[in-house]
Design a binder for this molecule. Structure first.
Ligand SMILES: Cc1ncc(COP(=O)(O)O)c(C=O)c1O
Length: 478
């Protein structure tokens, strides 16, 4: 196999790190600005940003607003890794984390043409004005929402509405059991912390949502990848075999509108999944973030709908459906409710009451159902259009999933392509994609990439897609 050249950002980061190690860049010294470094070394701004971000993520560099980047003072070495980790897991996870850092840096750079961020940047996608009016209205009526200390469990109105809408996914919840969280990410983190201890093993879908990989790593968990098919979802045979052979402390899955696949498990498979985790008494953490974005209504149920004894923990948020900036999510933890409530209190006490009230008011108003109908229609049309463009732009033999909801498409390139290299080449041209290797602890899926259809199809975006296709063709020697 051809060896992959070190990406430019990595060479720069390595060089700076060795300068820090041998004292040429002592703690407290200021690095040249991104622009200066790019100019003096003949690199692109994106490359320098990615290198600086990686050093920041590793705690070696500190970005001070308006002042620049400074070398951090040295902290003691991190403790030894948890015993029992498989020998190859750590480097692979570190590599995934490095790539995530680079992808996020590219997404945050306004100069980059973004084909990867899983959230519309187009403010028309969400009812911002209506939400702003509701916030103003809530403050006028109850100024104390700004000055009172927010305590759990948070606005009853919001928790009631969460339960009402969860019924559309077949979930029978009560407001007392709904814990509000800072986005779905906090819900997932609380769920994992609630049911595992460092050194435990959890099962993840492969591909999976990439942020779960560093999360598991930070919690000292070992991960096992379960093959996950675009049509059938996670392999239940593999899961059953695994659970029958060894203790798995939790399973995390996205049975409805999977990220990155964009597809959902058939209902019968969800029923079997619920039965399996109940039988083996293994908590299933169900990430239902995109579940309401299914194109077809009535919505297909969540696995939680079939939970018998409280082994399914449902996590979701309004980040993709309504208000990304609110950071409002929730968790219903079944038999682990008490433990999760305690963890939440220590984690972040509660959510901002004002945003919770405003969101509750919007959900009550009926405006949500109307908004979702519009969003589903536009997502479905955008995904269709993106798939058509991928067909035109990419080499023959390229495959793409047929999403049943949301705005993400998982693309498989022909044998001979490598999306890690494609990512680097695209970034040099100012285009950001999400390489498939991010979506698995092992770093596999190196012929895949995730594209997001929720960005405006401007001339720049179209040009970027065709450039990507051309780069892929070049990898095939064409
Ligand atoms: C599948 C999945 N789960 C969880 C999250 C985190 O959601 P939030 O931004 O609400 O914390 C994301 C964000 O992209 C996601 O795609």
């Amino acid at each position: 196999m051809q060896s992959t050249p070190t990406p430019l950002y990595q060479s720069l980061a390595d060089e700076l790190r060795s300068a820090m190690n041998d004292g040429r860049l002592p703690p407290g010294s200021r690095l040249p600005s991104v622009r200066e470094t790019a100019r003096s070394r003949g690199l692109s701004i994106n490359t320098v940003i990615a290198a600086y971000r990686q050093l920041e993520a590793r705690g070696l560099l500190e970005a001070r607003p308006q002042s620049g980047h400074f070398v951090r003072s040295r902290l003691p070495s991190p403790p030894q890794r948890m015993p029992g980790r498989s020998a190859h897991a750590a480097p692979a996870e570190t590599a995934v984390l490095d790539r995530i850092t680079t992808v996020i840096a590219a997404q945050a750079d306004p100069e980059t043409i973004d084909l990867s961020l899983a959230c519309p940047r187009d403010s028309d996608a969400y009812p911002g004005r209506a939400l702003a009016r509701l916030i103003a209205d809530c403050v006028r009526r109850r100024p104390a929402l700004l000055t009172d200390y927010s305590l759990p469990p948070g606005p009853l109105r919001l928790r009631r509405e969460i339960c009402r809408h969860a019924r559309d996914l077949g979930m029978d919840l009560v407001p007392e059991d709904v814990i509000l969280t800072n986005g779905c990410m906090e819900a997932l983190q609380l769920a994992l912390r609630g049911v595992t201890r460092p050194g435990d093993t959890i099962a993840l879908e492969s591909p999976t949502y990439f942020n779960l990989i560093p999360l598991a790593n930070q919690l000292g968990l070992k991960t096992i990848e379960l093959p996950t098919h675009p049509g059938r979802g996670l392999s239940l045979d593999a899961l059953e075999l695994l659970m029958s052979e060894q203790r798995v402390q939790a399973v995390i899955a996205m049975p409805n509108v999977h990220n990155p696949l964009g597809t959902s498990m058939p209902v019968a498979a969800k029923e079997r999944l619920a039965a399996l985790v109940n039988e083996y008494r293994v908590p299933l953490i169900e990430d239902a973030l995109y579940a309401e974005l299914q194109y077809a209504t009535p919505l297909q149920p969540a696995v939680k709908a079939f939970d018998r004894d409280g082994w399914v923990i449902a996590c979701a948020s309004y980040t993709k459906t309504l208000a990304p900036g609110f950071r409002l999510g929730w968790i219903e933890a079944g038999r682990f409710q008490q433990r999760i409530a305690e963890l939440k209190f220590c984690s972040s006490v509660a959510q901002p009451a004002l945003l919770g009230e405003a969101l509750g008011a919007f959900l009550e108003s009926g405006g949500y159902a109307q908004h979702l109908r519009r969003l589903r229609r536009s997502n479905a049309a955008d995904v269709d259009r993106l798939r058509g463009l991928v067909d035109q732009a990419f080499p023959a033999g390229t495959l793409a999933t047929e999403p049943t909801g949301g705005f993400l498409v998982w693309v498989e390139l022909p044998e001979g392509c490598d999306t890690n290299r494609l990512f680097d080449a695209a970034l040099r041209r100012g285009i950001s994609i999400t390489p498939g290797s991010l979506f698995a602890p092992s770093g596999r899926h190196t012929r895949h990439l995730r594209l997001s259809a929720c960005h405006a199809f401007s001339e720049r975006h179209l040009h970027a897609l065709f450039t990507l296709g051309e780069l892929a063709r070049q990898q095939l020697g064409g």
